[in-house]
Ligand binder design. Structure first.
Ligand code: IMP
Ligand code: MG
Length: 253
């Protein structure tokens, strides 16, 4: 595992930045510092990371045969979330935040992130009023992201007009879901929109979209647990795990 304070110019992974040689000519030092301070830091889980042996952790009996390994243990998710809460309050602090939970996959991350923001609010001189909204989107069938992102429920987005909105998502893969949601939201003219995603997948299928805050950058594998599902299964698993190919067949719809 590696931490990325901010993407270095030659960091791998999807990004819309021009190649390093061009950037050197185009940017002054101040531009570069500015850009780096705007790019999200994250904890990188390497492509060759095999994760941790399942037998070292508590996993529900009914899923023992379905998982290859634990890739992010629950404790580490929580520790990283605590720091994301601090970064968000630092940047958005002083103004009312509407946290918009993208259901269903985002609900665990959302609940924990809200708890950490509440704890910060309770224990410092500066605090942010926090309200919550929910939206339900669907874009996945089996382990494939589809081009069709549908809003299938939740609060009216028009309530977000003029508000500072923090979208809370579980995972960004191609980026299509988030780009669709941002387009929908912008039609309602919020004052500000920031996006926090617990995970970003390193994949050639990425559109290049990057959230404002990122917990972990993960390999291009299908992950479940901590509310991330495969056809609705595995949300009742605390750790983020790699799904086995056999389980993809077993739970296929
Ligand atoms: P995107 O539109 O391709 O960025 O996909 C985003 C959505 O697909 C996420 O909000 C998840 O609901 C789902 N998704 C993408 N990758 C995974 C995964 O590895 N496990 C579970 N769900 C995933
Ligand atoms: Mg999601």
């Amino acid at each position: 595992m590696q931490s990325r304070r901010a993407l270095s110019p030659d960091a791998k992974g999807p990004s819309r930045s021009p190649p390093a040689d061009r950037r050197q000519h185009e940017s002054t030092d101040t531009d570069l510092k500015d850009r780096h301070s705007r790019m999200a830091s994250y904890l990188e889980i390497a492509d060759d990371s095999e994760g941790h042996d399942l037998s070292l952790f508590c996993v529900p009996k009914h899923y023992e045969e379905d998982l290859d390994s634990v890739i992010i243990p629950n404790g580490l998710i929580k520790d990283r979330t605590e720091r994301l809460a601090r970064d968000i309050v630092r940047d958005m602090g002083g103004q009312h935040i509407v946290a918009l939970c993208v259901l269903k996959g985002g609900y665990k991350f959302f609940a924990d992130l809200m708890d950490y923001i509440k704890t910060l609010n309770q224990n410092s001189d500066k605090s942010v009023p926090l309200t919550v909204d929910f939206i339900r989107l669907k874009s996945y069938s089996n382990d494939q992201s589809t081009n069709c992102v549908k809003v299938i429920g939740g609060d009216e987005l028009s309530a977000l007009t003029g508000k500072n909105v923090l979208i809370v998502e579980d995972i960004v893969e191609t980026g299509k879901t988030m780009e669709t949601l941002l387009n929908l939201l912008n039609e309602c003219h919020p004052k500000m929109v920031k996006v926090v995603s617990l995970l970003v997948k390193r994949t050639p299928r990425s559109s290049g979209y990057r959230p404002d805050y990122i917990g972990f950058e993960v390999p291009d594998k299908f992950l479940v647990g901590y509310a991330l599902d495969y056809n609705e299964y595995f949300r009742d698993l605390s750790h983020i795990c790699i799904l086995s190919d056999r389980a993809k067949e077993k739970y296929k719809v």
